[in-house]
Design a binder for this molecule. Structure first.
Ligand SMILES: [Zn+2]
Length: 409
């Protein structure tokens, strides 16, 4: 087989395109594959697909293709232009590359596979031997393609949550499809406007299809949801893990306060017990359980607060909202008569939003999916070698967590 024919095969070139010449540049370790078409060939207008005679040719351009052994391989051609009566003089569509891309389709496909497999942008960059901007160009083209192709399917169960971009500085709001574990929308910030901006990225039919929305207890997302989703009051479910997090933090606050007090009398009983109070009973080791037993029987406030926290967990084990509400009310009455201020604060907070806490019994959703995606985002963030800007961060989230069809065709 002649080398021209070989490359014709490797490149998957079809009529009217063929390989005209191949150049091996040993010094730069590059292979240049020149591609041509016969005279008198007709091409399509890229806008209306009308078949037109070749008008002239654009300047020669090169597209990076998959390496031939260790040699960087480029495809070179002068793109034919057509003169469409409607759209004017245009570059004809070429079969090996997308408009405005400096890579062949095969190269982009390989780059996408590599990026997905390695989940590190810098790692993929060095294997592909392309630059930072080119890599992000491939990522963002892939995401744009995927978004254009994405069908607006119903989304009965969704979640909304915030995510920090850089430590304590800027936030983004993410909207999740809980059934498919995908990120469906992203907006800047973590306020009411951000929530609304996320919802506005869904189609009217998708908005109408929403049956339940999981979220933390932040007022901003409640407000955004009420403004965007019809009958939101019945659909909001405050994520149980977020609620329990508040209770766990309250136990820790009680412990810290009490420890400080005890220490004044040289009483160190609560030293080094922090993690015991943060965990749930069934997750403790035997040694920790023994220690817990000790502190608990000493009738310390911390033990009491921990007991209330553990009792609160049963709130989510009821079959219906009515019995869950009754359970909460009894719990609330006992907590509110204690002197455990941090715990009382949590009790009041839940009471205020009780309807949308016990709605768990009806909808059974949590934002656990969101937490899963969050940890995925965090691990990508670690391995991606920094995002440099927030747009890249969003692109990476859609690329890795958007459930999109990313490949060029
Ligand atoms: Zn046209």
């Amino acid at each position: 087989m002649q080398d021209k024919e070989l490359y014709q095969h490797i490149l998957g070139l079809d009529s009217p395109w063929s390989v005209a010449n191949i150049e091996l540049q040993t010094e730069s370790e590059e292979i240049l594959v020149y591609v041509k078409h016969p005279r008198g060939t007709s091409f399509c207008c890229p806008d209306c697909q009308q078949v037109l005679p070749c008008y002239d040719h654009a300047e020669e351009r090169r597209w990076r293709h998959l390496d031939s052994c260790q040699f960087k391989t480029f495809l070179l051609a002068r793109v034919p232009r057509v003169k469409c009566p409607e759209h004017g003089v245009k570059n004809a569509s070429i079969p090996w590359s997308e408009k405005n891309s400096r890579f062949t389709l095969m190269f982009e496909r390989f780059a996408i596979d590599l990026l997905r497999a390695t989940q590190t942008v810098t790692g993929a960059m060095s294997i592909l031997r392309i630059k930072w901007d080119q890599t992000w160009g491939i990522l963002s083209r892939a995401v744009r393609r995927g978004k254009e192709r994405k069908q607006c399917l119903p989304m009965p169960r969704i979640g909304i949550d915030e995510k920090a971009f850089s430590k304590g500085q800027s936030y983004i709001t993410l909207l999740y499809d809980l059934d498919n574990s995908t990120v469906e929308a992203i907006a800047d910030g973590n306020d009411t406007e951000s929530g609304i901006a996320c919802y506005s990225q869904l189609s009217d039919d998708q908005i109408a299809s929403v049956e339940a929305v999981a979220m933390d207890m932040s007022a901003a997302y409640v407000k955004a949801t009420k403004q965007s989703i019809p009958l939101a009051e019945e659909k909001i479910v405050h994520d149980r893990f977020h609620v329990m997090q508040h209770a766990t933090k309250a136990v820790d606050k009680v412990r810290r306060g009490e420890h400080r007090q005890l220490k004044q009398d040289d009483d160190n009983r609560l030293a080094n017990t922090r993690y015991i109070w943060l965990k749930s009973q069934e997750n403790l080791s035997e040694k920790q359980l023994a220690l817990l037993e000790d502190v608990f029987t000493l009738k310390l406030k911390t033990g009491k607060a921990w007991g209330y926290k553990e009792m609160l967990r049963d709130l989510w084990h009821h079959d219906d909202a009515v019995s869950a509400t009754q359970y909460f009310k009894a719990w609330y009455r006992s907590v509110i008569h204690t002197k455990l201020e941090p715990m009382k604060k949590v009790a009041r907070m839940i009471k205020e939003r009780l309807r949308n806490v016990v709605s768990y019994c009806t909808h059974g959703i949590t934002n656990a999916v969101a937490e899963g995606i969050n940890s995925k985002i965090m691990s990508i963030k670690r391995r991606v070698g920094g995002y440099r800007n927030i747009e890249n961060f969003k692109t990476a989230i859609f690329f890795y967590c958007g459930g999109l069809d990313l490949y060029p065709r």
